[in-house]
Design a protein around this ligand. Sequence first.
Ligand code: GTR
Length: 400
Amino acid sequence: MKNAMLAITVALLTFSTSLSAYKRSVNYDESKVPAYELPDPLVFNNGKKVENARQWEKKRRAEVLEVFSQEMYGHIPGRPEGLHFKTLSEETVYDGLGIRKVVRIYLDASQDHWFDVLIHLPKNADGPVPMFVGLNFKSNAATLDERADFRWPYELVLKAGMGVATAWRDAIEPDGKDSRIKPEDDVCKDGGVRSWYNRGGDWGAISAWAWGLSRIVDYLETDKAVDCGRLAVIGHSRLGKTALWAGANDLRFDMVISNNSGCCGAAISRRKFGETFGVIDTSFPHWFTREFDKYKGKEETFPADQHWLIALAAPRPVYVASATEDLWADPKGEWLAAIHAAPVYGLYGLKGLSPEMPAPENSDSDNSIGYHIRTGKHGIFAFDWKQYVNFMKRHYDPAK
Ligand code: GTR
């Protein structure tokens, strides 16, 4: 007993020491960013150069995907057998502007596991509509709370003739030890998908959430009101990392949007500016595969950097957004990763960003890679959503 207590104390001390040591070394000074060399996404594992889009699609893309699956987020399993859906409710909302539906996604034939999707669709659409698909932090009901409105501005999106589908992250996989799992509402019965599906698979919570996003697409493909040629996966912060990863894995997403996703999302890791591998993997080890541990404090040894993750969206339009006060997420690193994803888009004759970082509130989004930095704090606000709606219009609704 005594020994066990001692072991726990030592383990706790080691944990807190290393986390605080990692935190102490966090850098916010641009002049202290180490010199680094970015790995080239367009070189095959065998050292040969990728010459064209065909080579990228046939072989190199899979190599890049495998680096992140193997070393960072874990492998995402496929669609489970027995997946089926049931519409639980449907009502008209916002004075006739929209329809709100709740659809239960049953993850197995015996209906032991499920999560709910909250869907908003414009009511008087001429035909199938484009959709934003993303997870939320606090519950589907919380996205309807007016105080959370800025995160989920449903009316703004509906007015643009687009829809939104969202599900609670924790209903798919709880976010670690202090998750707020409740036995009611939209919660998967026994907690997380990793506890019953692909058990023993080395996949982190980010992969589990991305898997859940793909299950939402499985449903949307059956909904005639939805245009499955115009689906944007979107996410903020840890769910922005998830959106990038979901978009990389599931080509049914036609657009990928990362809002303030930072470390292990859009930001270049080798800059070690703001959050680092040491901090993130010590604070949130459950987000990643266990293989990721070996890179703590050693960003420069990771075989990829995050511009590769953004490049996995190619040739689909991708948008990265930062906030001026969100130094933890390294805005410049997010912009640089978007810049360095461009060569992969170049294989398709598509353009990326302008060479200068845009001023706050100026969206650089005429081409296939979009970027803006918004004045203010870490968060997703109406300003950010307006840029995403515009980006969607530009790429998928040229008539508007
Ligand atoms: C932070 C974490 C970030 C980011 C953020 C969030 O604590 O360090 O990587 O994901 O949480 O999701 O709000």
